[in-house]
Design a protein around this ligand. Structure first.
Ligand SMILES: NC(=O)c1ccc[n+]([C@@H]2O[C@H](COP(=O)([O-])OP(=O)(O)OC[C@H]3O[C@@H](n4cnc5c(N)ncnc54)[C@H](O)[C@@H]3O)[C@@H](O)[C@H]2O)c1
Length: 328
């Protein structure tokens, strides 16, 4: 399975690699790029493609693309003939440091994102910084938000390293990118290994995501890339952390400075529909709360690298923070 844009850019190189060790039976499904295709229709199309090609359980199903192709292919791999070998070659920064680690697979339903899926980790993940050379700037920067999150939640040293190497990261120097990808994977994998089923410390990785998801929903998924919404969500989470746990406001300023350096938004865009409505963001948080059986969990920081998971209604505290961040 290969993302159509990745195929257009890298087909020749990928076929050179395939032909080094030609498989006995090879077929290629080009998946039309885009989140809107991560659905049950395409799940069925891929399954029918595999059946039509008479692939047995000896199949190695390889995903080459971003998180969309990875999530869908992983789900197909988990289901086809009750499970076949899954290999993932993530080609976006977000997929290399986030989606490829931890085994979450799935597709969207019209009712919401990732509502159907499984935990089915790939047998192998092959990250190559070669692919990142063609990633559009905005997609690259969106992926950087997850690296910043790893620093905030898991390691202040890593956060400081990101700050010190920001220029080289933005110039996509291969050695620096390899260090970034390796370190982010290590930090995420450590938490996943302790809590595969996402019931405890793995949820720390949702730092900035509770509010980020509500921002994405409130703006109809059209305006912000995932990492962009998470960037604003992390700032809001830091403001809540200042209030609830007394973390120093200097740390919030350091976060804002790094996100700005990485070209990520640090306030809500007031030009969208004359401003993102606070009540709309709160209503999506409440919807999220309903889905989670009445318990909305917030990841806040007591100190850099020291997250805490709390349940409760922080919506009233959040409203003035959202106002300060440019919501109306
Ligand atoms: N499974 C998980 O744990 C997990 C974690 C985070 C996100 N996700 C999922 O990942 C998806 C988002 O992933 P994404 O940001 O990688 O998006 P994506 O897969 O849509 O890729 C983003 C864009 O970049 C293009 N692209 C990919 N690689 C490229 C390259 N090397 N050069 C040029 N263009 C390239 C794609 O065609 C697409 O247009 C969402 O569906 C999200 O739910 C899953």
């Amino acid at each position: 399975m290969i993302d159509s844009q990745v195929a257009a850019l890298h087909q020749a190189q990928i076929m050179k690699w395939v032909n080094l060790y030609p498989p006995k039976h090879f077929a290629r499904f080009v998946f039309p790029s885009g989140e809107s295709n991560k659905n049950l229709d395409f799940f069925q199309q891929v399954i029918e493609f595999l059946v039509g090609n008479e692939f047995s359980r000896a199949l190695n199903l390889v995903a080459i693309g971003g998180g969309v192709v990875g999530d869908l292919t992983g789900f197909v791999a988990a289901c086809y003939l009750r499970g076949v070998n899954f290999i993932y070659c993530p080609t976006t920064l977000l997929a290399q440091i986030d989606a490829a680690i931890g085994g979450k697979t799935g597709v969207n339903l019209p009712e919401g994102k990732n509502l159907v899926g499984t935990f089915y980790p790939p047998k192998q993940v092959i990250c190559d910084s070669y692919f990142l050379t063609t990633l559009p700037d905005r997609e690259f920067q969106s992926g950087l938000a997850e690296a910043v999150k790893h620093g905030m939640v898991c390691s202040e040293d890593y956060f400081n390293w990101l700050k010190e190497n920001a220029d080289a990261i933005l110039s996509r120097e291969p050695d620096v990118l390899n260090t970034l990808v390796t370190e982010s994977i290590r930090l995420k994998a450590e938490l996943v290994a302790k809590d595969v089923q996402d019931q405890d410390c793995r949820q720390w990785l949702n730092f900035g995501h509770t509010i980020g998801h509500a921002i994405e929903s409130a703006t109809g998924y059209h305006h912000y890339l995932h990492g962009e919404a998470v960037a604003i969500g992390m700032i809001a989470a830091m403001k809540l952390s200042e209030e609830q746990f007394g973390i120093s406001a200097d740390k919030t300023t350091e976060l804002i400075d790094l996100l700005t350096k990485f070209g990520l938004p640090v306030t809500l865009d007031s030009s969208i529909d004359a401003g993102v409505k606070i009540e709309k963001i709160i209503s999506y948080l409440k919807l999220d709360k309903k889905k989670r059986a009445g318990q909305l969990k917030w990841v806040l920081l007591k100190k850099m690298g020291h997250p805490i998971l709390i349940s409760g209604s922080l919506e009233d505290s959040l409203k003035p923070i959202l106002l300060m961040l440019g919501a109306r």
